[in-house]
Design a protein around this ligand. Structure first.
Ligand code: FO1
Length: 308
């Protein structure tokens, strides 16, 4: 299960490890309509990363991008705050057009993934709309305005996943037979912004339990901070201490094991006291090799957890 950048990196490592045996359930709470285009940022980040064409330094969008469209949009006083690269626009236009033809987001994702040579199966968490809304004081801020326009500035009082109560789980998940998976891995994405929207879909947690597969998560918090993004800031704003222990407590009852970074090894016993098994390893992925090593470590850990 994955959201944006951190999740996509481990998903790429898992794809290297198990190829087309991998299914990635991707958050769509970041999706929004912009300039008449349906934009699915996390699906694109995972797809580009698994297709080997992601802009690694930026964390989103395509490598080798040009920006003629957004420069012209700026000249026209259009909403250039959400930067759309010239090649990236082809992606959004095609997705929007296929959706308008009545195809599902899953179908469109499958077509785009084939075009980008992605071997894993990417599944939007739902084909129905779910939108993350950030409640800050009296404001209800649509996610991309919070994340990009406001640079994650506003204090998060509450997160709403609008539509989650009526959204149906991706129906393709129903075709995964209980007992058929070696592991479920929560990639090191933001627990609140990327994993919770997926878990909020009615029926998802029950489906996960019925699968009977060991569920392990990789902590996105290392030494009290997030590698990238607002996870630590949101933890503090929601009244928690930013640490791998908070991640463990957040996933308690859903995960069987948590992989934490060596720099957090002193948290191992506290987390085990929560009834969650712990693996201490390097969870910071600086290279492709790191992604593969962490992926293989996660799968080994899941097998161990399953045996106990
Ligand atoms: N993130 C930004 O911080 N600034 C941007 O201008 C921006 C543009 C953008 C365009 C397409 C796309 O798929 C993602 C984009 N992102 C941008 C990332 C996006 O905000 C994602 O929601 C985050 O990566 C969080 O998942």
């Amino acid at each position: 299960m994955a959201g944006g950048v951190g999740g996509a990196k481990l998903a790429a490592g898992l794809q290297h490890a198990v190829g087309d045996a991998l299914t990635v359930v991707v958050n769509t709470g970041d999706d929004f309509e912009h300039l008449g285009l349906h934009i699915s940022p996390d699906l694109d980040t995972v797809m580009f990363t698994l297709g080997g064409v992601a802009n690694k330094s930026q964390g989103w969008g395509l490598e080798g991008e040009t920006w003629n469209f957004i420069a012209q949009l700026e000249r026209l006083d259009g909403p250039a705050w959400f930067r759309l690269g010239d090649k990236d626009i082809a992606n959004h236009v095609l997705r929007t057009s296929r959706l308008a033809d009545g195809h599902s987001l899953s179908r469109v994702t499958k077509e785009l993934c084939a075009a980008y040579g992605v071997r894993a199966k990417l599944l939007p968490m739902s084909d129905d709309p779910v939108r993350t809304i950030v409640h800050s004081g009296k404001l209800a801020i649509p996610f991309q305005e919070y994340f990009v326009k406001l640079q994650c500035g506003p204090r998060v009082d509450r997160l709403e996943f609008r539509g989650a109560d009526t959204a149906r789980m991706n129906e393709l998940l129903g075709s995964i037979a209980p007992g058929s998976l070696n592991a479920v891995v929560f990639c090191p994405s933001n627990p609140y912004l990327s994993i919770d929207p997926i878990l909020s879909i009615s029926g998802f947690s029950e489906w996960l339990r019925r699968l009977g597969a060991p569920v392990v998560a990789v902590s996105p918090i290392v030494a009290g901070t997030a590698i990238k993004g607002p996870a630590a800031k949101i933890m503090r704003e929601l009244g928690h201490e930013p640490s791998a222990k908070t991640v463990a407590a957040h996933y308690r009852g859903i995960i069987d094991g948590l992989l934490i970074d060596s720099s957090d090894s002193e948290l191992q016993s506290e987390i085990q006291a929560l009834g969650i098994k712990v693996r201490v390893t390097n969870t910071v992925m600086k290279s492709d090799a790191d992604r593969i090593t962490l992926a293989e470590e996660s799968l080994r850990f899941a097998r161990e957890v399953a045996k106990r």
